[in-house]
Design a binder for this molecule. Structure first.
Ligand SMILES: *[C@@H]1O[C@H](CO)[C@@H](O)[C@H](O)[C@H]1NC(C)=O
Ligand SMILES: *[C@@H]1O[C@H](CO)[C@@H](O)[C@H](O)[C@H]1NC(C)=O
Length: 331
């Protein structure tokens, strides 16, 4: 081989080698993080929000139909987008699901299904050029919430736009004996909201996916390795930003289809005992907290107390002689 040939090979092969290496890195959001391609925060509308639902399994489509149609009929919802994470679902099927969800919904907000660019859980939080609202709801495909409670949560968020607002609270705590962080449910305080329903400022998607340098890149890799805990990391990001805990909202009616304990009533999560699977789940979530603390070099999570409830709604309005009155005044 002549020197000329060698240089030729280096010039031609080396760039593609580097390209391969880069494209094999964990999803870093590179093509999503170009801030010039994203709408400026000022141009986003604040009277409505966008719903991003995680979808994966075709067997859950009947539930997904109900869930998407509730959101789509809410006047505060601008768009409902199902982020499809199952790479094995053919594109034609996705188009069909999209169509089926749209025709079965009486609501005004459009419903679309899009394929996630990767199976990484971090992809739930990718910033998107098509989000036109100041707020987004990140939620699961098996959580059904009544429309009034969704509206109420949005009102709570509008009064607390820097904080995470949600319906399911958890807590970090220190285990003094083993000197490490644990994940738990505490009866009267919480520091973590779950992505079963999480309402937040759209800008936090960018913060999660594109900011925070090497430390956040490490934290996002932990999410990928564990296939878990993206919700916990978002709580870290927002608490770090605001130095505040999240805001928990009480819903009137929640159906958690993914949860065998639920028979349709409100979820009483504190009263539930620990199965061994659940114990393992908690241990893994505790490990995430421990790891995030280590790679980020601090523990930003803050506790909040109490829960916002829609007091008028709680009391219940009844119709009597063509007028709405509080139900307890009816008798
Ligand atoms: C869409 O709806 C049609 C008619 O109800 C049904 O036959 C089909 O299986 C549905 N497709 C998917 C992907 O759910
Ligand atoms: C936490 O906040 C600091 C100061 O604003 C910032 O430099 C850092 O990147 C943030 N870390 C994370 C994980 O967001």
């Amino acid at each position: 081989m002549t020197t000329g040939q060698l240089i030729f090979i280096l010039l031609v092969v080396a760039p593609s080698y580097f390209f391969t290496v880069f494209s094999l890195r964990p999803l870093s959001g590179d093509r999503y993080c170009d801030i010039n391609k994203l709408p400026s925060p000022k141009s986003l509308r604040s009277d409505q929000f966008t719903v991003l639902i995680n979808g994966y399994s075709e067997s859950r489509i009947p539930i997904l139909k109900t869930v998407t149609s509730v959101y789509s009929s809410s006047p505060s919802v601008a768009a409902v987008v199902v982020l499809w994470g199952n790479p094995n679902t053919p594109t034609e099927t996705l188009v069909e699901i999209s169509h089926n969800l749209s025709i079965s919904s009486p609501g005004d907000a459009p419903i679309t299904v899009i394929r996630q660019p990767s199976s990484s859980l971090n992809a739930r939080f990718l910033p998107r050029q098509w989000i036109s609202t100041r707020a987004v709801v990140i939620c699961d495909d098996d959580i059904e919430i009544d429309r009034k409670s969704i509206e109420f949560a949005f009102n709570v968020w509008r009064n607390n736009p820097e904080q995470l607002v949600g319906l399911f609270g958890r807590s970090h705590e220190i285990d003094l004996i083993n000197r490490k962080w644990i994940y738990t449910v505490h009866p009267d305080r919480y520091s973590i909201l779950l992505t079963k329903f999480m309402l937040m400022k759209t800008e936090y998607l960018y913060k999660y996916s594109c900011e925070g340098g090497a430390r956040m890149a490490n934290a996002r890799s932990i999410v990928e390795e564990m296939s878990n805990c993206e919700d916990i990391l978002m709580n870290f990001v927002v608490a770090n930003e605001t130095s505040l805990g999240p805001v928990l909202v009480g819903a009137k009616r929640v159906r958690d289809w993914g949860d065998a304990r639920n028979d349709g009533g409100p979820v009483d999560e504190v009263a539930v005992g620990l199965s061994s699977r659940r114990k393992d789940h908690r241990k893994r979530r505790g490990d995430c907290i421990q790891e995030f603390h280590r790679v980020l070099g601090k523990m930003p999570l803050r506790y909040s107390y109490g829960k916002m409830i829609d007091s008028i709604g709680e009391q219940g309005l009844c119709e009597k002689g063509g007028k709405l009155v509080f139900c307890d005044k009816q008798i």
